[in-house]
Design a protein around this ligand. Sequence first.
Ligand code: PLP
Ligand code: COI
Length: 356
Amino acid sequence: MPVLKTMFSIQETQNSKLSSVDWENLAFGKVFSDHMFEMDFENGSWKTGKIVPFGPISMHPAMSAIHYGQSIFEGLKAYRFVNDQVVIFRPEMNAARFVNSANRMCMPPVPEDIFVEAIRKLVELDKNWVSGKEGYSLYIRPFLFATDPLVGIKPAETYKFMIITSPVGMYYSEPVKVKIEEYYARASKGGVGRVKAAGNYGASLYPAKQCQIQGYHQLVWTDAIEHKYIEESGTMNIVFQIGGKLISPTEESDTILRGITKRSVFELAQSWGVEVEERKVSVEEIVQAARSSTLEDAFGVGTAATLAQIAIIGYRDEQSHLPPLETRILSNKLKNHLSGIKTGIVDDTFGWCFKI
Ligand code: PLP
Ligand code: COI
């Protein structure tokens, strides 16, 4: 995209913080790289974007995003190939989802080419922050929020699009314990569950905290009407393996986020001839399969966690232990192959890695 390359102004920091990073003790999302991207929407159009040293931003106390939650975000990662090439995993997919999120939240979409180019330029500038150590990556967080200084409730007229990046290691250090939730709901039909609206995450904290008090890592969300059908797990899509087949809740419902990791895992599995099924998945089916040991595997898939195998599924007072990790041939292979693609060890035959 040569035309776009000159469209942002760039102010480089004179004071890199890179040498102060404690790489062995990186908590997810706590450390930020040297630069950030900012672009304002005013008078009906996007202004010139700029890359500036990372730092605080000022805000009006009536800023509409704080009061009414017109705020959306994305999450994607940059990786370092073994040959040192830095790549971004499928950014065009996040660009498209960001447009959908903006439309649903009545916000001006960021043009997809600008979204991708802003990320590319930012990561290029901070490429030394992309660690090549196993399990490490640079988490990229684009976000868009309403900035009108107005307590009146209406779609705002001014917005800010920003991108910050954060070096991260593994999200979960062990297989996860999840609990099937039968009271709280993440999303309802007609709501905003399909998009990455900030409020979805705020609303999930209390239910997640309740299950964490009981010793679980995350919830398995079920449908808001009957709590009979499985939807997702925490901030991951969920996949089950029964009879050698991969099964996952259908994204037809507008209550489930259309995950890029799940799409990639399914495309990969299908390319190996594995049967995949996206359909309604009932709690009953999974609980019965776990009880009768026909549930061969279950795992969550998402950008932050990549592929997180599930150790225990809790349902009411019952806990089902899933088979030992070494027997989970398919999910282990998917996890390793996906990581191989992102680090240049395995050929990127799908063209998923966007070179900066
Ligand atoms: N579901 C929810 C609610 C999420 O927040 C995420 C994370 O982005 C996912 C699923 C997985 O999506 P992706 O694989 O695109 O990161
Ligand atoms: C992601 O995987 O990008 C997420 O959305 C998780 C994040 C909320 C920590």
